[in-house]
Write a protein that binds this ligand. Sequence first.
Ligand code: NAD
Length: 477
Amino acid sequence: MSGGDDAAPLLVAGEWERAGEPFAACAAGDGPVVGHTFHALPEQLDRATTGAVRAFDGTRRSASYERGELLRRAAELIAADVEGLARTLAAEIGKPINDARLEVRRTATTFRMAGEEAERIGGEMLPLDLLPSARGRWGITRHLPIGPVAAITPFNVPLSLSAHKLAPALAAGCTVVLKPDSRAALTLLRLAGLLVEAGVPAGALSMLPMSTSVGDRMVTDDRFRMVSFTGSARAGWDIRSRAGTKKVTLELGGNAPVIVDETADVAHAVARTVAGGFKYAGQLCISVQRAFVHRAVWDEFVGGLVKGAEALTVGAPLDENTQVGPMISVAAADRIRSWVDEAVSGGARLLTGGAGDGAYVAPAVLEQVPATARVAAEEAFGPVVVVSPFDDVDAAFAAADATPYGLQAGYFTRDLHRTWRAFEALEFGAVIINDVPTFRVDNMPFGGVKSSGLGREGIRWTIADMSEQRLLVLAPE
Ligand code: NAD
């Protein structure tokens, strides 16, 4: 292990520091060392927090054109570094290189959009003369930045999910201490370098890989006005219960369903489900985990899905042809293999996949899975799709809904009346027609209901969450 000159420094309140607890960043799947950096110590977090409080005095007064220019410059620098960021990302978290490039491009787009939104943060003028005693009164509202934000992000889409906190925070005039997942630390420190180059004010951003226990100090530190968390439901709801008076937003897990009825374009549904179920080895909060398929199109859909899963190229993340890489760790792959075994022992039929060495798991399709098997009932977060037949689409809506989670649901159909029924019936943050629940672009409101979270991300909505509305009441003399 090295904490030497080749180790990536931490960004602590505007200073680059080769200090902290040294750790070696390893490739996904318990692979070889790909670089070195540090875990921040409590003392470094404390300085970062003080820096965020001090810098807020400047950022809250900054002009919208300054915020806009900063964010657009950041977008340009990110777009110019697609290859460097993508290769670091692929090496660290095992994301296939082509998907990693896409994530970097999305990140640039998110900063560019935030630059535009920064110049549109307005307010309202309201008549307040609703009673004789209020005659002549008017109200003016402004959206002012909430304050220093503690941001916490997971390993699986680390650039894009961090961008969904950093870019709106800077647009709103907030300051941020970001704790990226340690497994994506090198990628996020590289992004921090680009943001500093773009001109982020000293102290407005600290980028601190930390142990979970050190990071947890942010949850109860009242110098932060908000905790913006993306990660597991278990951690998220616990954080909310201890965050005191801070605002908390939670983007958590799911076990997303897709429904395919007898009117659907089945070939399209198959192609999209193969991508939505197995992209990044299923390690997405909106990965397709459960597919409900009308009996009339069952053979065509399930046959196509199995064929599509078997045709995917499983391999090393930096290989240009790879479509499915390793899981994040051997332990994660072992868990998936054991969940598949559990389902099969309970009576399920494994139609393809499920096996593999080390961190690799061949894309798996299962049928006749007992409802209580973990691979159906819990969040799998792996390359597994459970298929179930239906005769009545309303029963399929109910089955899709029978989960504590509610991020996004997909529904393939050509029936307009059923489209509307699905929109009413499916208790999810979004209902995606003729695509998988895995669909996301960065200007849409994104988030979950029930166990899946609290609040919506997407630049406009996050800026609103990171702002407080202040009202000025004007009364005549
Ligand atoms: P996790 O909750 O274990 O960890 C996520 C991050 O939070 C890590 O950086 C971790 O160190 C940190 N963390 C956890 N508890 C903390 C605490 N008390 N204080 C400070 N930091 C803390 O999640 P994971 O298993 O690594 O990631 C996968 C999960 O994230 C899945 O459940 C997935 O669905 C979810 N996820 C959700 C979204 C979304 O937008 N809804 C997106 C991606 C991933």
